[in-house]
Write a protein that binds this ligand. Structure first.
Ligand SMILES: [Mg+2]
Length: 146
């Protein structure tokens, strides 16, 4: 299987102060500079995205895909993690991994939440006031290519 990025949205693809544009919805919360950083990772590694954000609970996968595409994201939005009602997102990621016929070649977690329990060594935490950018890329690339 391919390389996988488990992707949160709020605080990763936007910042705490990003206003939502009602007409564009989630697309407006995928900031161009954060999308550019994600695209850079995807182009370098071929990684696909599995959405972990609670946004996955409010819209179907096809709609998530449409928003990412509209925002210029080149990543394949492969899937979403299961909703286990878990306060701990790493349990949902672990469940997704356990359900795959074969494990990803490499994977990492992008989230502004710093608590990933047993999966902490795969987490690249973003600053929720800044979102994904150059600062995080070396570690993301290392986890996805190592
Ligand atoms: Mg978040």
């Amino acid at each position: 299987m391919t390389r996988v990025i488990f992707l949160d949205i709020d605080g990763v693809m936007n910042t705490l102060s990003t206003p939502v544009d009602a007409a564009r919805g989630l697309t407006s919360l995928l900031l161009p500079r954060c999308v550019a950083a994600l695209n850079q990772v995807v182009r370098a590694t071929g990684a696909a995205v599995v959405v972990t954000s609670t946004w996955r609970l409010t819209m179907p996968l096809a709609e998530l895909r449409a928003h990412f595409a509209a925002a210029g994201c080149v990543a394949e939005i492969l899937d979403i993690t299961p909703d286990l009602d878990a306060p701990r997102r790493e349990r949902e990621i672990a469940a997704w991994l356990a359900a795959q016929p074969e494990p990803p070649r490499a994977w990492c977690i992008l989230d502004d939440d710093r608590d990933m329990g047993a999966l902490a060594d795969r987490l690249v935490s973003t600053d929720s006031h800044r979102g994904l950018g150059d600062h995080e890329l070396p570690r993301v690339l290392a986890l996805l290519t190592g």
